[in-house]
Design a protein around this ligand. Structure first.
Ligand SMILES: C[S@@+](CC[C@H](N)C(=O)[O-])C[C@H]1O[C@@H](n2cnc3c(N)ncnc32)[C@H](O)[C@@H]1O
Length: 450
C-alpha cells in the first residue's frame, strides 16, 4: 500500500508520544507495512528521528504559539511537532509545502476546525519565527532546551564532565550516526571488503577508530553480497574495540555473559579464527536466536549459545573455567542516544543506579568462572559513572584477587590514548571524541598463573 511519507511519520511520532514506543522498531514496521521506496525511507527516517531527537526544543518553540496545550489531541500535537521540525531544521523542504501537507493531513484525519487550527499555528511560526533561548536563565535548563535533552540528564553530565563537555555530548547526540561495519577477518581483509563493496556500488572509507572498521558513506550494506556472504557485520567502531581489548587468541575458551544480538560474540569468534570456543549467554530466548542467526551468516563454528540469566552461570558451568570473560552489561544506553533518541524521553534519573545493581551482580557471579591469570572485560554503551567507574571500583574493593589490567590501552588504537590518557585499565569514550558510540571499557586480570 502506498502511503504519504508525512502521514506515515505522523503515525510513528503519535505512537511514541502516546506509548513511549521504540522508534527503530516502529520505523522498520512502517517501512515494511507501506512498502516504501529508498527515497521515502530516507525522508521518513529523517523526519521521525529528527522530531524525536529535537522534541524538547520543538516543544519550547510550540509553547510560544499555543495557549492550552493540554486540550490538543495527541495526533494534532504530533503533527505540529513534525511540521515545526521540518520548517526549522530541513532546509530542502519549503515552509509552504510543509504547511500545505500538514493541513491536508489534518483535513483527512480531523474536522475543519482542526485543519484551520494547524494552519493558523504553523503560519504564525512561519511569520514570527521561533523564540530565542536567551529567556532561559538557568544554565542546565538552557542547555537542555537548546540541545533537546532532559534537564536532569544534563545536570548529571555537568556534574561528571563539566559544562563544555556536556554541550559537546548534547550536540553530537543530535547528529545522525555514521553507519560502520566490521570486517570478518577470519575470512577476508579490510582492503578486500572495501574493494568488494565499491564494486557493488557503495562508497566506503576506512574506519576512524578501529582497525577492523569501515565507514559506509553511501549505499545499503545489508543488500550487498559481501554482507550476505558473511564478510561484514554492522557494528559501531567503539563496540569493535571490546574484542580487541579482551586480548583474544585462537584456541581460548571465552564466556560472553550478555551476548545478544551477538555483535561482540561474533567478533571474538572471528579473532579466534574459528578455533577454541565462545559460550554466549543472554537472558532472553528470542534474543539468543539473533546470535545464532549472525553466527550462521558469518560461517562461524566455534560459538555455543544458551538462554540463561548470567547471574545463574555459576551452577550452569559448574567446573568449567574460562580464559576470558566478557560482561557487555545491560545499561541505560546514554552513549547511543544518536541511534535511539527515545532513550532521552523514556529513561528516568533513578535508572542508572537501579541498573548498576544488576551490573554488579552479573560481574560478581561470572568472575568466579575465570581461570587464574585470565582476563575479564566489562563494557557498557553508557557514559554514566554510576554504571561504569563506580561498578568497577566496588568490584575491585570486594575482590582483591582482581587487579586493573594496565596493558588494556596498548591493545586499543593509539589515538584513543590522546583522549583518555591513562593506563589504569579503563577507558571512557565520549560520543564526540570520534563520532562513535559513547562507550566504557574496563579490563581486569585475576591474580595467579594459568
Ligand atoms: C548491551 S546488550 C549486549 C550486546 C551484545 N554484547 C552485542 O555486542 O551484540 C546487553 C544484553 O544483556 C542481556 N541481559 C540483561 N540482563 C541479563 C542477565 N541477567 N543475564 C544475561 N543477559 C542479560 C540483554 O538481553 C541484552 O541483550
Amino acid at each position: 500500500m502506498a502511503k504519504n511519507v508525512r502521514e506515515a511519520a505522523l503515525e510513528i511520532v503519535e505512537q511514541i508520544n502516546k506509548n513511549q514506543a521504540y522508534s527503530n522498531i516502529l520505523l522498520n514496521r512502517t517501512i515494511e507495512k507501506y512498502n516504501l521506496n529508498r527515497k521515502d525511507i530516507g525522508l521518513l527516517t529523517e523526519i521521525v528521528y529528527g522530531t524525536i531527537q529535537r522534541k524538547r526544543t520543538i516543544d519550547f518553540f510550540l509553547d510560544a504559539f499555543l495557549k492550552n496545550k493540554k486540550k490538543i489531541e495527541t495526533w494534532v500535537y504530533s503533527l505540529l511537532e513534525l511540521s515545526v521540525y521540518q520548517m526549522v531544521y530541513l532546509d530542502r523542504v519549503p515552509d509552504r509545502a510543509v504547511i500545505h501537507e500538514a493541513v491536508e493531513i489534518a483535513k483527512k484525519k480531523g474536522h475543519k476546525g482542526i485543519s484551520g487550527f494547524v494552519n493558523g499555528v504553523l503560519r504564525s511560526v512561519q511569520r514570527k519565527g521561533v523564540p530565542s533561548f536567551s529567556t532561559i536563565k538557568d544554565t542546565a535548563e538552557k542547555i537542555a532546551v537548546e540541545y533537546s535533552h532532559p534537564t536532569w540528564l544534563v545536570k548529571r553530565w555537568i556534574a561528571q564532565y563539566g559544562e563544555e563537555e556536556t554541550i559537546n555530548i548534547c550536540k553530537i547526540n543530535l547528529e545522525p550516526p555514521q553507519v560502520t561495519a566490521r570486517v570478518n577477518t577470519a575470512k577476508t581483509s579490510v582492503g578486500e571488503v572495501m574493494a568488494h563493496l565499491e564494486e557493488e556500488g557503495l562508497t566506503v572509507e576506512r574506519g576512524d577508530l578501529s582497525i577492523d572498521g569501515i565507514k559506509i558513506i553511501d549505499g545499503y550494506l545489508p543488500g550487498t553480497r559481501a554482507f550476505k556472504n558473511g564478510l561484514v557485520t554492522i557494528q559501531d567502531e567503539s563496540s569493535m574495540l571490546v574484542a580487541r581489548g579482551l586480548d583474544i587468541e585462537p584456541g581460548m575458551s571465552v564466556l560472553d555473559a550478555c551476548a545478544a544480538p551477538g555483535g561482540k560474540t561474533t567478533h571474538i569468534a572471528e579473532l579466534m579464527k574459528n578455533e577454541g570456543q565462545v559460550y554466549s549467554l543472554d537472558l532472553h530466548k528470542h534474543k539468543v536466536k539473533l546470535i545464532k542467526d549472525q553466527v550462521k551468516r558469518l560461517g562461524l563454528t566455534n560459538v555455543e549459545t544458551a538462554a540463561l540469566d548470567s547471574r545463574k552461570a555459576g551452577g550452569f558451568f559448574q567446573g568449567t573455567r574460562f580464559d576470558r570473560i566478557l560482561v557487555d552489561a545491560p545499561c541505560t544506553g546514554y552513549g547511543v542516544i544518536r541511534r535511539k533518541p527515545d532513550i532521552k524521553w523514556s529513561k528516568q534519573e533513578k535508572d542508572a543506579e537501579a541498573i548498576s545493581a544488576v551490573q554488579k551482580e552479573i560481574l560478581q557471579t561470572v568472575s568466579t568462572l575465570l581461570k587464574p591469570g585470565g582476563k575479564l572485560l566489562y563494557s557498557t554503551c553508557t557514559i554514566e559513572e554510576a554504571e561504569n567507574q563506580r561498578v568497577i571500583e566496588a568490584f575491585l574493593k570486594e575482590n582483591p584477587e582482581f587487579t586493573q589490567d594496565r596493558t588494556l590501552i596498548e591493545r586499543l588504537p593509539e589515538k584513543l590514548g590522546h583522549f583518555v590518557g591513562n593506563d589504569d585499565g579503563q577507558v571512557q569514550i565520549l560520543p564526540h571524541y570520534f563520532g562513535t558510540d559513547g562507550f566504557y571499557i574496563a579490563c581486569l586480570t585475576k591474580k595467579g598463573e594459568n
